[in-house]
Write a protein that binds this ligand. Structure first.
Ligand code: ATP
Length: 236
């Protein structure tokens, strides 16, 4: 269980996030919805230990306090992330990217089995192990990024806009893979602008506006909430 509370982020005078709190249960899929600039990426980076926070932040994973750990130790503790823009090494091959993902100490035992799991989740990667990642399609690169993060043997995976730039078909394929990731016991926290598809995938969601969490609920409650429908589902 990931428990995040009181996360505030400022960039100079600009307050991007104010006292955000959320949690993700074991094997749960939770989505954060919000408009451009609402503070979603800042929240994800703050949880992952990449962005400095104002005092008061608490991040706990299965009872362990990660609040003041550097990013690489947060990965060691079981919290992996796929940043916006994917964070993969374009000049390296698929196989090399996956190998780099297995670098954390927690991932060294069982690396071969995990690699097999990742390749069964994304068979296309298995067919292209020697391809340079830069030459792959957007959807394939997203698979590499998720595969690389899964190689670190996480308990929770943070995904920042995994559907960005992908075709509707590719989004459906990707989200089907994310369901399988959850079935393997990994909890998922994702930021999305694609509210329709992500609420179909998620168990629960949070709404973020102007740096504040302004609502939360089960995915089905959010889907039928008139304000959510107006703001995120095209009023349908
Ligand atoms: P998007 O959906 O457009 O990616 P977001 O919800 O992820 O947006 P953030 O990227 O967290 O939002 O940005 C929140 C606010 O903080 C925005 O106003 C943004 O311009 C600002 N911001 C983000 N990063 C920085 C930075 N490094 N320096 C200054 N301001 C920043």
């Amino acid at each position: 269980m990931l428990e995040v509370s009181n996360v505030s982020v400022a960039y100079g005078q600009h307050r991007a996030l104010t006292e955000a709190s959320l949690n993700v249960g074991d094997g749960e899929i939770v989505v954060i919805l919000g408009a451009n600039g609402a503070g979603k990426t800042s929240l994800m980076k703050a949880i992952a230990g990449i962005t400095p926070c104002l005092p008061g932040k608490s991040v706990r994973l299965s009872g362990c306090d990660l609040s003041s750990l550097p990013a690489h130790e947060i990965v060691e503790a079981g919290l992996a992330s796929v940043p916006e823009g994917r964070g993969i090494f374009g000049e390296l091959t698929v196989a090399e990217n996956l190998l780099l993902g297995a670098n954390p100490k927690r991932a060294r035992d069982g690396e071969a089995a995990r690699r097999k799991q990742v390749l069964s989740l994304f068979p296309r990667l298995g067919e292209r192990l020697t391809q340079t990642v830069r030459t792959m399609s957007g959807g394939e690169q997203q698979m590499v990024a998720i595969g690389r993060a899964l190689m670190s043997n996480p308990d929770i995976l943070l995904l920042d806009e995994p559907s960005l730039g992908l075709s509707p078909l590719m989004v459906r394929e990707l989200f089907a893979s994310l369901r399988q990731v959850r079935e393997a016991g990994v909890g998922l926290l994702l930021v999305e602008q694609n509210a329709q598809e992500s609420l179909a995938l998620a168990d629960r969601g949070y709404l973020i506006e102007n740096g504040k969490i302004v609502g939360s609920g089960t995915a089905s409650a959010l889907k039928s909430d008139p304000a959510v429908r107006r703001a995120y589902l095209g009023g349908l």
